[in-house]
Design a protein around this ligand. Structure first.
Ligand code: SF4
Ligand code: SF4
Length: 164
């Protein structure tokens, strides 16, 4: 009887200790969407296509990302570059580049496979939409870093924080 009472009081105090400890810690809740969570730099969110230092598209239309995609959600059609007005530094560029974000599993294999660091998955996680058509990302969408986000891909292809 005494032992059971002692054990009960002990467990009660342990439980109260956990409550008290958490009362003093900073809450983890954030007021989304007014406050946005800063994702780790290596978080694999929405895809983007990088440009090089001269503003040319990095993508050379080699289709390695498409071949390595386990769910086949990247569609690339390449074309020859016009030497007088090149789109990329390579012989070819991606005339069509599309990613179906509804099929994507965000594994990052496309990013790993790309030999020129053209396609990247960045911190943007606000992907909800009412229209399925909006999940087919075309090249012009992928070359622009969308707002709102605290990060952007700079001209060197690195992630940097946008100064507010
Ligand atoms: S993240 Fe994975 S599933 Fe998505 S496009 Fe890249 S390779 Fe395909
Ligand atoms: S994104 Fe990279 S891997 Fe994909 S087609 Fe362009 S250059 Fe090739």
């Amino acid at each position: 009887m005494f032992q059971a009472t002692f054990a009960g009081v002990k467990n009660l105090l342990i439980g109260m200790g956990v409550t008290f400890r958490n009362m003093l810690t900073k809450p983890v809740t954030i007021q989304y969407p007014e406050v946005k969570r800063v994702m780790p730099a290596r978080y694999r969110g929405r895809h983007f296509l990088n440009r090089d230092e001269e503003g040319l598209e990095r993508c050379v239309g080699c289709s390695l990302c498409s071949i390595n995609c386990p769910v086949g959600c990247i569609h690339v059609v390449s074309a020859e570059n016009d030497p007088d007005n090149p789109v990329s530094k390579g012989e070819r560029y991606a005339e069509v580049y599309e990613i179906n974000l509804l099929r994507c599993i965000y594994c990052g294999y496309c990013e790993e496979a790309c030999p020129v660091d053209a396609v990247v998955l960045r911190e943007h996680y606000e992907l909800a939409d009412y229209d399925r058509e909006n999940y087919i990302m075309e090249k012009q969408d992928l070359l622009v870093y969308p707002e709102p986000n605290e990060f952007r891909v700079n001209i060197l292809g690195n992630t940097e924080r946008v100064n507010k």
